[in-house]
Design a binder for this molecule. Structure first.
Ligand SMILES: CC(C)(COP(=O)(O)OP(=O)(O)OC[C@H]1O[C@@H](n2cnc3c(N)ncnc32)[C@H](O)[C@@H]1OP(=O)(O)O)[C@@H](O)C(=O)NCCC(=O)NCCS
Length: 425
């Protein structure tokens, strides 16, 4: 079976998380991703949060599967030559350096487009054009500037960041879509184009329901927010709503049996209007089906605290999995709060390849998240991340077609660091 992006060559000039998540996705779909790293050090994440001394960190291995690594000092003359050869050879250049860094290496869009008119240049920056365009940005900065932090947490607490890496991985996803869209457009125009994704914009895109609520505030209180039922007035911007549902069907995180000692013995419970009757029966409040104070979604809004307290009295009698089984039999939308330990052991996720075990030469076996996007005719196989410079020799010879003498010359110049000969034999 062929891979969807087979034949597409990616010059992967990314580091840390946002860019690598994008190129990892493209690699899973079959693109040949050539990761360019600084000799000796490589992507800074190789050495960050290391759990095993002198072994590539899980931070790195889990973001760089299915790629090849070439080491190249892009600031030396020979290194620049090799880089330009890669530009001419590849279809897409993906980068997420600080603003201006790529141009300082001499890689401006004009020069790239002139050297290879079919090349797509895809960039992640923290901010788009405007007052912060020159700023360096990491995940949590994007969560704060993109509207996520101001709308996450409890109304009476400080803004919170979320565990989901919506700034980094979220932007990587957006960029990957931009790249495949540009590749599709190229089939019509024959030309590459620039694809820019700002982390602030990507976070905002994922927070669009909160901008929705900002505008709804002009027309009255947000009645599905708990604070409405609590009689607490709204200010002039979308407030933090704790664990209230972001949509029109009120929901909450409720305690389940064992919550006193298990930090994840909780269930997300949605009081979907369509299943109100079975909810009332299950929690032992059959009269609420017809009582005008509870029978309609609108009537229930001022009583959400009372309703969820009553539902919680029921969930606390069951563990989260038992509660799921009982509620699912009535199509009541709910979900257990799963710990990472539970997710790591989840059989269904392992069966679908969303959780996979990977073998690594210096680390041994580790768990990772495989491709969450399943294509029926282009299945993804997760292979380990490359060691630093593992494919330098192979790429110089088989992709860039340098002769033996030229490879020696490049190696002697110091532009590629120490060449591992593994792949050439
Ligand atoms: C993430 C970020 C804050 C990291 O900053 P940083 O560690 O200081 O790294 P920079 O991107 O500034 O790059 C550092 C330097 O390394 C150089 N460099 C990188 N790879 C190189 C190579 N192979 N050879 C030689 N030099 C190299 C760059 O040219 C740059 O040099 P310069 O500043 O002298 O021009 C920054 O890259 C950034 O803001 N990126 C855009 C937003 C983003 O993606 N953030 C999320 C990261 S998960």
């Amino acid at each position: 079976m062929s891979k969807a992006l087979e034949g597409v060559k990616i010059l992967d000039f990314t580091h840390v998380q946002s860019g690598p998540t994008c190129t990892q996705l493209l690699a899973w779909f079959g693109a040949d991703v050539i990761k360019v790293e600084r000799p000796g050090a490589g992507d800074a994440t190789r050495a960050q949060l290391q759990d095993v001394p002198d072994v590539d960190s899980l931070y790195f291995t889990m973001l760089n599967h299915n790629k090849r690594s070439i080491t190249l000092d892009s600031k030396t003359a020979k290194g620049k030559d090799v880089l330009w050869r890669l530009v001419k050879e590849c279809d897409v250049l993906v980068e997420n350096f600080a603003p201006g860094a790529l141009a300082r290496m001499g890689l401006t869009w004009e020069k790239i487009h002139e050297a290879n008119p079919r090349m797509i240049l895809a960039s992640v920056k923290g901010f788009g054009p405007g007052r912060y365009e020159d700023c360096k940005v990491y995940e949590n900065v994007a969560q704060c500037a993109g509207g996520s932090a101001s709308t996450t947490g409890f109304r009476d607490g400080i803004p919170m960041v979320t565990g989901a890496q919506i700034g980094d991985s979220g932007t990587g996803l957006h960029l990957a879509l931009g790249i495949v869209t540009a590749l599709f457009h190229r089939t019509v125009t024959g030309l590459g184009q620039k694809v820019d994704c700002a982390m602030q914009d990507s976070v905002l895109n994922l927070c669009r329901v909160k901008l929705r609520d900002q505008q709804r505030l002009d027309h009255g209180p947000l009645t599905e927010y708990s604070q409405f039922g609590e009689g607490i007035p709204f200010g002039d911007s979308t407030p933090r709503a704790g664990n209230d549902s972001g949509g029109g069907q009120p929901g909450r995180i409720l305690k389940c049996k064992g919550w006193e000692h298990d930090p994840n013995a909780y269930l997300y419970f949605i009081t979907q209007a369509a299943v109100w009757a079975p909810i009332c029966d299950i929690i032992g409040e059959p009269d609420w089906k017809t009582d005008p104070g509870y029978a309609t979604p609108k009537a229930r809004l001022p009583h959400l605290n009372e309703i969820f307290t009553r539902i919680e009295a029921w969930t606390m009698k069951h563990d989260k999995f038992e509660a799921m089984d009982i509620l699912n039999a009535y199509d009541i939308p709910c979900g257990p709060i799963l710990s990472m330990k539970e997710i790591a052991a989840d059989e269904s996720l392992r069966k679908t390849g969303t959780i996979v075990e990977v073998e690594h030469p210096t680390r041994g076996t580790y768990l990772t998240v495989g491709n969450p996007i399943k294509l029926s005719a282009s299945p993804s196989e997760v292979t380990r991340s490359p060691l630093l410079g593992e494919h330098t020799d192979e790429i110089l010879r088989s992709v860039l077609k340098y002769t033996d003498a030229e490879v020696d010359e490049i190696a002697n110049s110091g532009a590629v660091g120490r060449i591992e000969k593994i792949a050439a034999e």
